[in-house]
Design a protein around this ligand. Structure first.
Ligand SMILES: [Ca+2]
Ligand SMILES: [Ca+2]
Ligand SMILES: [Zn+2]
Length: 229
């Protein structure tokens, strides 16, 4: 059997999904069709020898469809979000590499201006999403970004904790730098400026320094400026 390839645009889609959902389930992933697909016209078939809806311009053996498992194993990133993100780009005209998407009993087609229709095929596509690609060389071969990293996802508690620690560290470092270089204030070990919460500036300078309110505000502004750098 001739060697076939998945069209590069869909390979890129899978690569990006792997990047944003590194622990995703791949059980229901699929590319080239099984025996059942071979008996009917399907984008999962080898386009040079199999039954496909479109004959393309080249003689490369290509598969123009990918199934991606719906279980992304992420806290706030779902296949529904991925599908809707891609659909929005298709509808805006920013994305031209797909012919249709099937997911969770629904189908959206380029030929139907990406309007939603209910899908009643044998497989309800609840375990995976199906993406059918264009047969136009410039589209199928394009590996420009699908911009999956732009999908808004809430931070996990672990993410928040990590971020807060980074900001805290940056704030402390910035504050110490200003105080040492500009104000010539040196803190003994353990006498670090108290930062009320991540991203906030010093809540107070130890009172023994006897600085005035105006001076404190000036320091605060400096630190804020540093943090914004
Ligand atoms: Ca081909
Ligand atoms: Ca081709
Ligand atoms: Zn499929």
């Amino acid at each position: 059997m001739a060697t076939w390839i998945l069209v590069p645009c869909l390979g890129q889609l899978r690569t990006e999904l792997n990047r944003i959902a590194p622990g995703r389930d791949k059980t229901s992933d699929g590319t080239i069709g099984d025996a059942a697909h071979r008996n009917r016209s399907s984008d999962h078939n080898d386009d040079e020898v199999g039954r496909v809806p479109i004959r393309d311009a080249d003689s490369r053996h290509e598969v123009h469809a990918i199934d991606l498992d719906a279980n992304l194993r992420e806290s706030d990133l779902t296949m529904e979000k991925v599908v809707q993100h891609i659909l929005a780009r298709c509808r805006s005209g920013a994305e031209k590499r797909l012919r249709y998407i099937i997911y969770n009993k629904r189908i959206w087609e380029a030929s139907n201006n990406w309007r939603r229709r209910s899908y009643s095929g044998d497989n309800p596509h609840t375990q995976h999403a199906h993406f059918s690609a264009s047969y136009e060389t410039r589209h199928e071969a394009s590996t420009v970004s699908w911009h999956l990293e732009d999908i808004p996802v809430a931070l996990t508690d672990a993410d928040k904790k990590w971020l807060a620690a980074q900001i805290d560290k940056a704030a402390t470092t910035a504050a110490e730098r200003v105080w040492k270089t500009k104000w010539n204030i040196n803190f003994e070990p353990g006498g670090k400026p108290y930062l009320a919460e991540a991203g906030s500036i010093l809540a107070h300078v130890p009172s023994e320094h006897g600085r005035s309110e105006a001076l404190l505000n000036e320091i605060k502004t400096d630190v804020e400026k540093l943090l914004a750098e």
